[in-house]
Design a protein around this ligand. Structure first.
Ligand code: G1P
Length: 290
């Protein structure tokens, strides 16, 4: 019952970032100097995940290339004696066979994307990471969830409170607190209006799911926005098995949103000693014009 595999739904078109994403996968947009996807991949491997399943679509070739060797670049760096950079680029490539790719042939929703990985996951609990949700935390979220899972042995999702008027962007929970940072989910609804929302506690893109979820995803019922929703399948699973929410600590950035993406860049850049001071100076200077 160890969580060894993680699914990354990465088939989305990234229309919110056109024209930047016209010919480039949105997951390759950099936060400081790393593509968004790399943060989540590192988080997964650091949490003990042994195999990553990318559910991709057309136009995502750059993702495969990013996690592959580039002999051309390696050769050039070697010739120039840039050994640090060479090591960095070599370390980025996961062990052969640890990333597998499958395709979602039609954009039918998050639930459908995860269902596409069913045969690769098989009959074991697995993680799901939505790379758009970038989390800056002293305790990496998936590692914490894996630890909780080892004890609780039930499906769970990362959760946080969101502003009351933004419930229609998230899966929203009706839940009761059972521990300091753990809630037990009683009900959930995908993208409710603030009026319909049972609370302002939202699901954020980190999950650990029991394989039973595939049965419900396989029913392919469409929900909010006409899409096959993971939240709806989890709601059905809830009738059979408990599901918990983990209230993570740290800042979450929605990199699928232009403002959120800029905030992520700023927050992660301020963690870099080599550019921090210059940025702070610049922020102070432009602040005068606000
Ligand atoms: C997805 C999920 C939603 C969750 C959100 C977190 O929505 O369907 O339940 O709250 O991710 O980012 P999306 O952002 O793909 O519309």
């Amino acid at each position: 019952m160890k969580v060894k595999k993680a699914v990354f739904p990465v088939a989305g078109l990234g229309t919110r970032f056109i024209p930047a994403t016209k010919a480039m996968a949105k997951e390759m947009l950099p936060v400081v100097d790393k593509p968004i996807i790399q943060y989540a991949v590192e988080e997964a491997f650091n949490a003990g995940i042994e195999q990553i399943v990318f559910v991709t679509g057309r136009g995502k070739k750059a993702l495969e290339d990013h996690f592959d060797r580039s002999f051309e670049i390696e050769h050039a760096l070697e010739k120039k004696g840039k050994t640090d950079m060479l090591r960095q680029i070599q370390q980025l490539v996961p062990r052969t066979g640890t990333i597998v790719y499958t395709r979602q042939h039609e954009p039918l929703g998050l639930g459908h994307a995860i269902w596409c990985a069913r045969d690769i996951i098989g009959d074991e609990p697995f993680a799901v990471l939505l790379a758009d949700d970038l989390i800056q935390s002293p305790k990496p979220v998936l590692s914490e969830m894996v630890k909780k899972f080892d004890r609780i042995r039930a499906s769970m999702a990362a959760v946080m409170e969101v502003p009351d008027d933004q419930t229609d962007k998230y899966g929203i929970l009706d839940a009761v607190e059972v521990e300091n940072d753990i809630v037990r989910i009683k009900d959930m609804i995908e993208k409710p209006s603030p009026k319909e929302a049972p609370s302002n506690l939202a699901i954020i893109g980190r999950y650990i799911l029991m394989p039973k979820i595939f049965e419900y995803l396989g029913q392919k019922q469409s929900g909010a926005g006409g899409e096959i929703q993971l939240t709806d399948a989890m709601k059905s699973l809830l009738e059979e098995q408990p599901i918990f929410g983990y209230k993570f600590s740290g800042k979450r950035f929605d990199c699928g949103d232009k403002a959120g993406f800029q905030m992520a860049n700023l927050a992660f850049a301020l963690e870099r000693p080599e550019i921090r001071d210059r940025l702070i100076g610049f922020i102070k200077e432009i602040q005068k014009d606000f």
